[in-house]
Design a protein around this ligand. Structure first.
Ligand code: ZN
Length: 501
């Protein structure tokens, strides 16, 4: 689908930017050139007794008084879906500014970001042979639509992207490629990073081999008859063919019909389309540190959501956790040594527009980020503290873990990856702390119409706030240093695996 580039230079700039954007999905993906994953070992660093006492008090206060559920409830009730570029997106920015202004922050602002604007329209698909059946589908984000008359073609099933990439074009040409791989339920959600490539890269890989469309088994662990949306990453060297997600039960039925050995034909139609880019904003709130030297501690969450549900888990929960953790700190009688900055990022789901704009603006301003944390894993309980940091930081991370003993959160690993929105800052050397959440049920609801408030566990969110607040206070005040990650080049120009969930 060709974007509307007639009306402004901005649109042309955006179209170029879109070619180099990564696709995001609210999970994590390895960064290039970070050290291999290792267990954090050795004696924990012992923080100053006063700092330990303050962290313990903050942790207790948070467990008794934090109210993150009210924040996510307000967001999903008063705003609801907030897909980049839509009215909901603009309403979310206004909601965030009003919500933060009602708290005790020292500075609040919105920083403009240009975001893509894609319209879902209507999508339908049917098996027309050998056994006609209606299928439950959703268009994948950024998908091109079909012609008004729709399209019909035989189906070629592959397990995953790797299998497709071993097929010759003459096997694929003229077909609708069906990716059948199922996502496995895991506590750490790690299978997502593998399976999501079918969704993000599958359409272009199929188009290069002459396919006319793709249908992807939803990247979800549920058995509801609901499709999971999420972005397609169209490469610059391939045609933009339509891409739909099938619900898991419908994918099962398609597999069963294909296994009869008879040719299977699908009909599909989608009115999805790209519109002109829009203005959105990163919304920022700060607790000003007493020293300008120490760098910034950033707490990140993305404000945008997909359009099918109300974005209660992805990422209303993350927004509520970082805002409430910072609010508790802002109401303390003293200010931290380092500035604590909450950033609610624009458009994570459609290519990290807010994260990239923030990192560029920050670099131009000569800012230094001391360490970052990102909440974007729903409402699951924290089960481990990991870090993306140099090996020399192990003792310091272990010391932070010791502070979380009342929440029974052990320290785990120095990781290769981290939050999607913090990736541009990691590439500039910022270390990251990761409070790993239980993601066993997250992908039942992720990117579906079922991502609604009733799925959110209030007590789990409160525990998360306690962990975030205690860690944030200590890292904003310690005289120790996590060091820096090796700086890595920006993402390659096209067809890159992209950021993450
Ligand atoms: Zn997310």
């Amino acid at each position: 689908m060709i974007r509307n580039t007639c009306n402004s230079l901005l649109a042309i700039v955006f179209a170029v930017a879109a070619l180099i954007q990564n696709v995001s999905a609210c999970a994590s993906e390895p960064d290039v050139a970070t050290p291999p994953e290792v267990d954090i070992s050795g004696p924990p660093y012992e923080f100053a007794p006063a700092l330990i006492a303050q962290a313990a008090a903050l942790l207790d206060t948070a467990r008794q008084q934090a109210a993150p559920y009210a924040i996510v409830q307000s967001l999903v009730t008063e705003v609801g879906p907030r897909l980049a570029g839509t009215e909901g997106d603009r309403a979310a920015v206004a909601w965030a500014l009003a919500t933060l202004q009602a708290m005790d922050f020292d500075a609040i602002r919105a920083e403009g970001v240009v975001v893509p604007h894609w319209e879902r329209g209507a999508a339908s698909a049917q098996i027309i042979a050998p056994y006609p059946q209606q299928l439950h589908v959703v268009s994948l984000g950024d998908s091109a639509g079909t012609a008004d008359s729709g399209l019909e073609a035989p189906v070629l099933m592959v397990h995953d992207l790797a299998e497709l990439e071993h097929l010759d074009g003459d096997r694929v040409a003229g077909h609708i490629v069906f990716f059948a791989q199922r996502l496995t339920r895991r506590q750490d959600g790690s299978h997502y990073d593998q399976v999501v490539k079918n969704r993000t890269e599958g359409a272009s890989a199929a188009a290069r081999r002459g396919a006319v469309a793709v249908v992807v088994r939803s990247v979800g662990t549920d058995n509801n008859r609901l499709g999971h949306t999420g972005s397609v990453n169209y490469a610059a060297d391939a045609l933009r063919i339509p891409a739909l997600a099938l619900s898991n039960p419908d994918a099962d039925m398609l597999v069963t019909q294909l296994e009869t050995g008879e040719p299977v034909f699908l009909r599909m139609r989608s009115t999805a389309r790209q519109l002109a880019p829009q203005r959105s904003a990163n919304v920022i709130a700060e607790i000003t540190g007493t020293s300008a030297e120490g760098g910034i501690v950033i707490l990140a969450a993305h404000l945008d959501s997909w359009d099918l549900g109300t974005g209660a888990l992805d990422n209303g929960s993350g927004v509520a956790v970082v805002v409430e953790a910072a609010r508790l700190i802002s109401s303390l009688p003293q200010r931290p040594r380092r500035t604590i900055r909450v950033v609610l990022f624009a458009n994570e789901e459609f290519g990290l527009s807010g994260a990239r704009a923030y990192a560029e603006r920050s670099a131009q301003n000569g800012e230094r980020h001391f360490v970052g944390m990102e909440a974007d894993s729903g409402d699951g309980r924290v089960w481990r503290l990991d870090a993306t940091a140099p090996e020399s930081a192990q003792s310091l991370v272990a010391g932070l873990g010791a502070l979380l003993a009342p929440l029974e959160i052990p320290v785990g690993k120095l990781r290769q990856s981290g939050g999607a929105d913090l990736k541009p800052l990691r590439q500039r050397g910022m270390p990251e702390l990761s409070l790993r959440q239980d993601m066993s049920s997250y992908f039942d609801y992720h990117h579906t119409a079922n991502d609604t408030l009733d799925k959110v566990d209030a007590s789990s969110l409160t525990n998360l706030v306690a962990a975030y607040a205690a860690i944030t206070w200590v890292v904003a005040n310690t005289d120790q240093n996590f060091g820096r990650l090796p700086e890595t080049p920006a993402a390659p120009a096209s067809g890159s695996p992209g950021a993450s969930p």
